[in-house]
Write a protein that binds this ligand. Structure first.
Ligand SMILES: NC(=O)c1ccc[n+]([C@@H]2O[C@H](COP(=O)([O-])OP(=O)(O)OC[C@H]3O[C@@H](n4cnc5c(N)ncnc54)[C@H](OP(=O)(O)O)[C@@H]3O)[C@@H](O)[C@H]2O)c1
Length: 279
């Protein structure tokens, strides 16, 4: 059993989950069943990953009961309109063959289109209808969260954002914490070779010092700051490695060394939620 966080609405979630972006078909099913066998209990998918069906198949193939799994999906930007959002969540469930999602998030705020409050109202109602247990957002900035609170009175319990040592999101994390929103980290390892944070000399030195791998150092740093990382790996060895992070603790001094690696322009793909729109 991994350690857990308790969200503001009472949902208990593991401190680390498994990302599924780019996993599809039979290879994806194998990667997910091996991840569940390795001990992952939280899976992260999205309508836009076009792999909810494969995630559902992996869930059916595993011996782990559905109730012990936390399954997340996300609403795409093209369906923020209220009725479309409800229909999308229903279809999302059918594709996965599930009766409910544990977590459903708005994937991006798409502020230029400006329909995310309407989408949020749909998620609030989807929760009321029993389609989803808990509702949250992804890539939301403080201004977007404040608008949700002002217009609906209901805040998300989770905010999934880009977060790795080169972009540690200190201000957003503080905002989330102040509003009882758990911060979840996407691309927690900087997507592997995409930004090469695993090769950073500071991370490499700490890996040597703590006798753990670079990936484990980064994921431990995230969980010690009460963030929930969702690393993705197709390889069982790495899946196990990424999960084995609760047998050591980084000192405050060493955590500060990783904190210092952040850069103002550290997003690896320059997707600024204030401008970026994903449909
Ligand atoms: N909400 C959003 O907008 C958003 C955006 C992006 C991602 N996400 C979610 O976040 C999840 C994770 O992010 P991500 O997939 O972009 O990137 P990531 O988890 O940071 O990195 C995955 C990459 O790193 C490699 N890797 C994994 N563990 C490793 C280790 N211990 N040592 C060395 N390399 C390792 C993987 O290769 P192998 O597979 O070959 O092992 C893969 O290429 C996604 O799968 C998705 O569920 C959400």
């Amino acid at each position: 059993m991994t350690e857990t966080y308790t969200l503001a609405d009472g949902l208990v979630v593991p401190k680390i989950g498994f990302g599924t972006y780019k996993l599809t078909g039979a290879t994806g099913v194998n990667a997910i069943t091996s991840a569940i066998d390795a001990g992952y209990r939280l899976l992260d998918t999205a309508v836009n990953y076009e792999n909810e069906g494969m995630v559902g198949e992996a869930i059916r193939r595993t011996a782990v009961p559905r109730a012990q799994l936390t399954i997340t999906s996300k609403l795409p930007g093209r369906h923020h309109h209220y009725q479309e959002a409800i229909a999308t969540i229903e279809e999302s469930l059918y594709r996965a063959g599930l009766d409910y999602y544990d977590l459903y998030l708005i994937h991006w705020p798409n502020p230029i289109t400006g329909q995310y409050v309407e989408a949020w109202q749909a998620l609030i109602d989807a929760q009321r209808f029993g389609l989803v247990r808990s509702i949250g957002v992804s890539n939301f900035l403080p201004e977007h969260l404040e608008k949700l609170q002002k217009e609906t009175g209901i805040l998300p319990v989770i905010n999934q954002i880009e977060l790795h040592p080169y972009f540690n999101q200190a201000a957003q994390r503080q905002f989330d914490t102040n509003h009882q929103i758990l911060t979840e980290a996407w691309s927690p390892l900087g997507r592997g070779t995409r930004n090469n944070v695993l090769q950073d000399p500071v991370i490499q030195q700490l890996a040597e010092k703590y006798h753990h791998t670079a990936g484990q150092i980064i994921l431990r740093w995230q969980t010690q700051m009460n963030v929930l990382p969702i690393p993705k790996s197709t390889h069982l060895k790495r899946q196990i490695e990424n999960l084995t992070i609760f047998d050591f603790e980084l000192s405050d001094t060493d955590r500060a060394k990783i904190d210092a690696l952040t850069k103002v322009d550290g997003r690896y793909s320059q997707q600024d939620p204030a401008k970026y729109e994903e449909f």
